[in-house]
Design a protein around this ligand. Structure first.
Ligand code: HEM
Length: 174
């Protein structure tokens, strides 16, 4: 199998996983909408998805870290700094979330005293996360549009356009 053929399913996996992470993050920013139990369990699952995402992009991380220290382009540097900031921010959100947990940790037998500072930090880090994620999406906009066209829109609607052309060709032959 050629390298180009192998890259296609990987892009599709990345597209689906990134979309799931994006939606989960937006839902996690609205605990009053979902209720606190869904908020906590969804966010913990979200943490697991982030780890998977990092492992899938591990080669990129190792490669860009080396490249960054030598002679990367400004776009790659911005991307790298944003990803690092998002990772640090996510760590703060998840840690402070666990420190104010009302459902998940008590269920596991761990109780932490309510603290206004953790809650404030949790809210602030979440706001910062929305901002960073917006920049991240903007920076990857072209990749997102291309992947959507190639893996979602073309397979769904591309064949419909091809169908009349094929039947016209059949008619012409008969
Ligand atoms: C992607 C991860 C997360 C995001 C984006 C997020 C976001 C937020 C936001 C925006 C609030 C409202 C803050 C405010 O009203 O000032 C909140 C509240 C809260 N979060 Fe999270 N959170 C995340 C993860 C977690 C985790 C992992 C836990 C615990 C296991 C958690 C537990 C809580 C609790 C207990 C509250 C207080 C709810 C209330 O009583 O108003 N969060 N979170």
């Amino acid at each position: 199998m050629s390298a180009a053929r192998r890259r296609v399913p990987q892009n599709l996996i990345n597209l689906l996983l990134d979309t799931a992470i994006f939606c989960a993050f937006l839902i996690a920013t609205a605990p009053r909408l979902t209720g606190i139990a869904i908020h906590e369990w969804l966010s913990i699952a979200f943490g697991a998805a982030i780890v998977t995402h990092l492992l899938l992009h591990w080669q990129w991380i190792v490669g860009v870290t080396r490249w960054f220290l030598s002679r990367a382009q400004w776009r790659t540097r911005v991307n790298y700094v944003l990803n690092t900031l998002f990772f640090i921010d996510m760590t703060i959100i998840l840690f402070t979330g666990l420190m104010i947990s009302e459902v998940a940790l008590p269920l596991l037998g761990v109780r932490v005293a309510p603290d206004r500072t953790w809650r404030l930090l949790h809210g602030l880090a979440s706001d910062a996360g929305v901002f960073i994620l917006g920049l991240h999406v903007a920076l990857h906009w072209q990749w997102i549009v291309n992947a959507l066209k190639r893996h979602i829109l073309k397979p769904l609607f591309g064949s419909r356009r091809a169908a009349p052309a094929m039947s016209a060709a059949k008619e012409a032959r008969s």
